[in-house]
Every structure is written in C-alpha cells, then in structure tokens.
Design a protein around this ligand. Sequence first.
Ligand SMILES: [Fe+2]
Length: 339
Amino acid sequence: MNVNEVIRDDWLRAIFPEWGTWLVEEIEAEKVPRGNVAMWWLGCMGVWLKTARPTNLTIDFWVGTGKRSHPTTPMSTTHQYYKMCRSRITQPNLRLTAVPIDPFAVKNLDAFLSTHFHSDHIDPYATAAVLRNCPSAKFVGPRACVDIWRSWSVPEDRLIEVRPGDELTIGDVKITALESFDRTLELTEYPIAGVEGTLEEKAVNYVLETSSGVIYHAGDSHYADRFVEHGKKFDIDVAIGAYAHNPIGITDKMTASDFLRMGESLGAKVIIPMHYDTWSNFQSDVREIEALYRLQAERLGYKFHPYIWQLGGKYVYPLERDKKYFNYERGFPDAFENN
Ligand SMILES: [Fe+2]
C-alpha cells in the first residue's frame, strides 16, 4: 500500500461498518435449537429475532448516528426537549457504540418492525437495504412510521400499519401491537409537516409470541402503571425496555428503579435493559440495575431477574434463561492442540 494514495473514502470503505458482515454471517449460520428463540442486540433498541423455523424479524433496526458536528443554531422551539425543559442548547448526543451490522448484507428478513419514528429507531439506510434485498419483508409500524416509509418510496404492498390491539402473524411469530407509554413522543411533532397525530398513531409497543417464549418490546416507553395491564394480557417471558440516566430537566428513559418496576408490573421472567449504550449524554452504569435488584428482589419477591446484554450479543431463550450476563466469545479453544 502506498499511503500517499489513500483518501478518506478508502478509509470509510475499509473500516465501516466496523463489524463488516460478521453479525449477518453469525445470524444466518445460527441453527436455533428447537424449542428456543434467538435474539441479537443491534444497538439502541434494535433487536433481531430468529425462531427455529426460521422466521427472522427485526424491531427498531437502526444504523444511524447522532451529532457529527457542533450545532450552530439553537434548538428549535418545536423540539420535544425544548418543550420538556425550555432548553435552547442542542443536546450533545454522540453515538458511542459501533454499528454492529451491515444492513446491505442482510438477505433473509420476513418483517421489519418499528416502534416509533424518532431518528434513533428508523432510518433510510436500513430501510433501503431491507426494501431492496429482502423482497418478502413487510414494514410494520404505527401510522407515523408508515407515513415516513411511504415518503421514502416504500411501496404500499410492503407496508402494514398497526394500532394498539392489532394482531398479525409473520411466519410462526404472532405479533400484537400495544399502547406505547413514551411520553416524550406526546411532545414530539408528527413527522409529516402539517399532520397531527395521537400517541397511538406515533408509537406502539410489541408483544411477539413464539412457541418458545413471549417477548415484550417496550420501545422507548417511560414507566407506566399500564404495564400491569399488558402483563395481565400476556404471559411475558422476556421484557426489553429503554434504560438510561436522564440529563437534568429531561425525563425520557426509565431509571433503574423504573426498570425493575417494569419487570414486576409486566410479570416478566427476564428483563433486558437497552438504549443506555447509545448516547453520550445519557450514559449510565448498568450495574445500577443489578445493585438495586439485589437490595429489593428477596424483600419484594421478584420473580424475574435482569440480563445484562452487550452490543451484537446473542441471547437464546429459554436455553439461557438463568444467565445473568452476556460475554463475547474469547477465542483460542484449540490453544496448544496444534504443536
Ligand atoms: Fe430512542
């Protein structure tokens, strides 16, 4: 290599996405053990779910970023965070984790679900890749997401709009859309100019019922007492929700206390915090959830436990039901076998 000839575009092509096609290869090669369902954390609230059949679907598959340069104008008075705390200084939300998946390497996807339209849950790149390379994949989301996909030229026959209470079946997964409790979205302008929308039209939570486990995806819901209602309607095995430390003036993500309450209210068996990985201004130490759990679990009779995942990690339920932590493969299993 002659480095005198290397240009920025060479670097972008050679290095990004940092994991290349590693994760797509892993997911495609995975033979989900019968009686189990496998999931991978795609970052933020992104999850890939694969059944033994296999049915492949994603929720909030997002490959975007946050700030990439310093803002030169004040935050808009229409922004949800301005409405929340009257701050005019734009938040310094830098994406801290790698994009673990190359969306353009994905070939086998049956459905592409979105909980809501905030720009860390839906983006044109993952949408374009799935639209082009996964011809049978449906785009499932609340009205606002469908409106965005339509504005990006996703054809009508690929779109499925859902409202709380709606059910559909993709392969061997029964999907039910439920009420979102994302109060930040109540303050967020509808993403299509001049259109009004209710929270039910802006966001949904999902329950994914498989023969091997029931997965609840809370999107960016805040804590809400109505989690109890959802927990009484479904026998939830694994509940995934948005946890992070909120900056001053902002209530946007569930705290550790909220998160444990979510697990208790839903009657889940395993709770998995997500979203805390993403933003530089919402960082937290996830061990806070474990510490609070240890203090409260016995006294309050918790019937669930937290699972601490990592970016790009695989979790197989119920095979790994009793595990508390993910760790990446450490390699070298054949050490000193090849002398
Ligand atoms: Fe989010």
